[in-house]
Structures are given as structure tokens and as C-alpha cells.
Design a protein around this ligand. Sequence first.
Ligand code: AMP
Length: 358
Amino acid sequence: MKPLPPGSMIGVLGGGQLGRMLSNAASELGFDVCIFTDEHDSPAARVSARTIVAPFDDRGALEEFARHVQVITTEFENVPAATAKTLMDAGAHVRPHHHALAVAQDRFDEKSFFTSTGIATPAFAAIASQDDLDAGIAKIGAPSILKTRRFGYDGRGQIRIMSAADAEGAFERLGAPGILEAFCPFEREVSIICARSEVGEIAFYDLCENTHKNGILSRTIAPSQANAATNVAARNAAKRVLEAFGYVGVLTIEFFLMPDGALIANEMAPRVHNSGHWTIEGALTSQFEQHIRAVAGWPLGPTTRVGDIEMLNLIGADADRWAELATDPSARLHLYGKRSTRDGRKMGHVTKLTVRED
Ligand code: AMP
């Protein structure tokens, strides 16, 4: 595909805050965005040139979407395989490739993929019955975590197994095919945001460090306090994943950094990521612009970090503090325009940037 000229229409599947920030970045480069979402009045739709509201299995609506855009990308990984197929059959360029989306949708396939590319993961086993769970615990031990294979995010669909006794009835409580993972007593959680262009150019952002509360990202700092060897290991892992998929776009990998320095992959997101929001103010090219550049067939932009960063998520009622945050000169405030506040809902974020003067 030739680089898309400004004025082209980029399609984004999904209407959440990531779509909103992608749309803002696309408009900075002169593109228009068409959002495809099943949600009325979505955060992304309100900043985009066009929106199609329809279910993700509405063939006619998907074909119309494919006709109106020059490339299609996504802000979430759970794009149904049939949706991707309909779009490709309609002649659309879908980036990243549906294979990367499919692997990231299933925690067992994802961990198997990491293992096949030489990237360490927690010990894991597929769980399709209570017998599998009992056998898995005999092999992996406790503490361990039972997760749904699919549709789990922000800590949802997870059961901690602290001892073999906790396993009783746990498969039924999970209520879906699962994966059992060894619990990793990590020292830190880190993530790497990286990108690959159409012609195979690769760029990495500095490794960042994440704190979760109730399974939801709460705070990111960049750079991470991890040492140089960890940074190199994270970049090597990211490069292997990008190249294995012939990936085009931004991709994120989350790792556990263990006390002995081992880097253990937890999961990947074939998209821009909450732990990369700091790049809006904190890097020469934001993760959103980078993704748009990549899917539009443009060269990647520089990822140089311009200071030390702290990013704080505004979850649920945290966003009610907007007026106070707006008076804080050290805080760059981002609100996602969600119409209602719910516990655990990501409503916005704040980035604090300290530029070193040396
Ligand atoms: P996930 O949805 O897999 O990203 O899990 C959400 C959070 O739960 C992670 O960011 C970790 O803080 C924690 N967690 C998940 N899996 C493990 C594990 N195998 N060992 C230790 N902590 C975990």
C-alpha cells in the first residue's frame, strides 16, 4: 500500500477513549476518521468526521464502512474474527493483521505464542474442566491464578487460588474455558510500547512502570527504574513479536519484572495502550500519532522521551476532581467525555512531566 495522503479516511473499530485519542492524532496529520461502534454517542464519535453505529456482525454496515475508508484499524483486541473476515472480503486493508488480534484475544494462545518465540511466561495450562484444574494445580502449584481464556481485562474473570482447597468448584465459578497461571511474586510491572511500519522499520518507547489497583492500571511512570539489561530484554522481546506477525501499528507488551531480574511476559495488546498515554506530552511522537503513521503507511516518528513522567488514571469518581486538577500547572488533564461515571470506569488521565534542565 502506498502512503495514504492527507485527506484520506481512516477507519477505527471501537468508539472508546483510545479511538478518541487516535482520532485526534489522525486529524493533526490531516486525516479524517470514521468510527465503527455499536455504542451511540461514544467518546470517539464526538471528535470524528463520521461514525457508523451498528453491531459488529452487521455485514451491510461493515461493507459500507469498508467502502468509505482507505485503511481500517482497531482500538480494541476483541474484534470478532467474522468481523475482520467480512472487512477483508470487502477489500479493506485491516491493520494490524487479524492473526495478531486473534492471538491476543485468547490468553492461552497468547502465552503459547510467547513461548514459541522464546519469550518467558508464567507456567500455564489450559483448563476446560475441574479435572484439568486439579491436574493443573498439581503441576503448577499454588498460589496460582485461574483466568478466563477470552474477554478478561482489567482483572475481570480471574480467581486467585491460594491453596489447593481454593480450587474446589473454581472452574464452575469461572464459568468459561480458562487458563491456570503460576502466580509471579514480581518486583515491578513494566510495559513496552513499540511500533512497526509497513516497510519493517521498528521503534520503541522507553520502558515504563505500572501500578495497578483492583486489576486496573492506576499509575505509570517513565522511565522505569529497571536496569539497562531489562530494557534490552524488553526491546528484544518486542522486536520478536513485531517481526513474527509482520505487524503494522503500535503494540504493547506487559511484563512482570522478577526479583532476580527475569522478565516474564503477562500479555500483549495489539493496539495503543493506557500505559502509553504519557507519550502525548512526554515523547516527540505520541503512541497515537505513531499508530496512525504506521497504519497509513507513513514512516515512524521519533520516540525520544522529553522528560520524566508520571501518568495517573482518573477512575470513576476521580474525574469529579477536574476543576481542582485544572488549576494544577504541573498536571496535563485529559477527560474522555464519557456521559456517565461508574466505579472502575476510566474517565480520564493526568500527565505530570518534569523536564530536566541539564
Ligand atoms: P491481567 O488481566 O492478566 O493483565 O491481570 C491484571 C493484573 O493482575 C496484572 O497487572 C497483575 O497485577 C495481576 N496478575 C495477573 N496475572 C498474574 C500472575 N500470573 N502473577 C502475579 N500477578 C498477576
